[in-house]
Design a protein around this ligand. Structure first.
Ligand code: MV4
Length: 453
């Protein structure tokens, strides 16, 4: 088993990883920036090393300093968490070159799946359903127009290096194609330094469903059912649930079979997510694969009882998975609300400040993964997410009641948060009925704006 892990991250996920390490008897090294020497993850780790200034590029993205910290403290592995360097193939490669274990898949796997066009090609090769589209990147406007004609409008132009919705443009007809293509390539170039794009049929208002899988170095691949991540704003997830309340059993089964087929086909080793979009007829299409632990992993942990971070560490240590597929039962339902330091009712403006008063919710089936404490500073330098409130119950409605109560109990004074906004969603009739797709939030915000006039 690995003995000492450097956690190349901050916030609640760094805390989550430290807790898993403690349970496994593994020593921990935190990194931090000069903006947050008193951060919770710094206080909970066995050791902590400052790796640079407040801006992420100077610290949490500073590969040289992070690797020096890992080497100088005698670590044998690096856990990247999510975001930052978690899906950076170059970083994973450098970690290995320093004789350290990267807690994740191989660097080549990160690169393969990081290119959304090559990921799509791999899935096509293994008969996983993908959205009808180009077989590779498109080389020119005329090449793109030919593909679009073949696929049929509307089409979506996507950046090969994309993800998170950047470098994505819809064209509803041939007249719109050229300008959409130019905007997508320009944005892709600016965001990723790579202007290559590919084309897919545009599926209007799908649901976003992802299957959690894990694979070890002994050719074992397991699935842990799905998450419904359709409640999102500007490609930032807001509420996630597991399982998906409206997914038909035979569709679920088929998605699971395809996700496992994908994992086995690529010899995937780590926790991973196969992302699908699900159309109105519950036809599903692969869109992307995430090669990291995800923010919303706790809802899967709650319904399956599997600690995904501990599995990641075991896998990276070379051990086989600790569970068999038949041991993984879907038990009840779980919902996660991402708690952000923001003013949701005034343009989602980020909020910074010092936590003055803090009252945590609690009770049976209530979990809070957070990095805040009384006196903690929330700085403007990083993501606004300061915690995740997760509830587990027997069914979806029980979770909704539990979440409403937990949100009511949750008091944070010192910063503005989206707790009240979550409460508003948790009381929306469509949401409560389970009727929502990726367009839900935009419709909700339009309604809210109308009611304010
Ligand atoms: C799509 C799509 C419709 N058709 N692809 C958005 C970000 C990236 N991960 C993929 N995304 C989408 N791809 C086709 N062919 C709609 C979306 C999409 C979306 C997907 C998942 C979650 C939220 C979304 C919000 C808007 C659009």
């Amino acid at each position: 088993m690995l003995k000492k892990i450097l956690i190349a991250n901050r916030g609640e996920i760094a805390v989550r990883i430290i807790r898993a390490c403690k349970e496994l008897g593994i020593e921990t090294v935190a990194i931090y920036s000069t903006a947050e020497p008193d951060a919770l993850h710094v206080q909970l780790a066995d050791e902590a090393i400052c790796v640079g200034g407040p801006r992420a590029v100077d610290s949490y993205l500073n590969m040289q300093n992070i690797l020096s910290a890992a080497c100088n403290t005698g670590c044998d592995a690096v856990h990247p968490g999510y975001g930052f360097l978690s899906e950076n193939g170059k970083f994973a490669r450098l970690v290995n070159q320093c004789q350290l274990t990267f807690i994740g898949p191989s660097s080549d796997m990160i690169d393969l799946m990081g290119n959304k066009s090559s990921a799509r090609a791999v899935m096509m090769k293994h008969q996983i359903p993908v959205v009808p589209g180009s077989d590779s990147i498109i080389s020119s406007v005329s090449d793109g127009l030919a593909w679009a004609m073949k696929i049929g409008y509307p089409i979506l132009i996507k950046a090969a290096s994309g993800g998170g919705g950047k470098g994505m443009r819809v064209a509803y007809d041939a007249n719109e194609f050229e300008s959409a293509y130019k905007l997508a390539t320009a944005e892709a170039k600016a965001s990723f330094g790579d202007d290559t794009v590919y084309i897919e049929k545009y599926i209007e208002n799908p649901k976003h469903i992802e299957i959690q899988i894990i694979g070890d170095h002994h050719n074992n691949y397991l699935h842990l059912y799905e998450r419904d991540c359709s409640v999102q704003r500007n490609h930032q997830k807001v509420i996630e649930e597991a399982p998906c309340a409206t997914l038909r059993a035979e569709v679920r089964q088929s998605m699971i079979v395809d996700a496992l087929k994908a994992a086995a086909a690529i010899n995937y080793t780590n926790a991973g997510t196969i992302e699908f979009i699900l159309d109105q007829d519950q036809k599903y299409y692969f869109i992307e694969m995430n090669t990291r632990i995800q923010v919303e992993h706790p809802i899967t942990e709650m319904i399956t009882g599997v600690d995904l971070i501990k599995e990641q560490i075991r896998i990276a240590s070379g051990f086989p998975l600790s569970v068999r597929q038949e041991d993984i039962q879907m038990r009840g339902y779980a919902i996660e609300c991402r708690i952000n330091a923001e003013n949701s009712f005034h343009g989602f403006q980020p909020s910074a400040g010092t936590i003055e008063t803090l009252v945590f919710p609690g009770g049976f089936g209530v979990r809070l993964d957070t990095c805040i404490y009384p006196g903690a500073k929330v700085t403007p330098f990083y993501d606004s997410m300061v915690g995740k409130l997760i509830v587990h119950g027997n069914n979806r409605m029980e979770c909704i009641y539990k979440m409403r109560q937990a949100l009511e109990e949750f008091i944070i004074v010192g910063i503005t948060t989206n707790i009240d906004f979550h409460y508003y969603i948790l009381n929306n009739p469509e949401y409560v009925k389970g009727i929502f797709d990726v367009g839900f939030m935009e419709r909700l915000l339009r309604e809210l704006e109308k009611s304010e006039k």
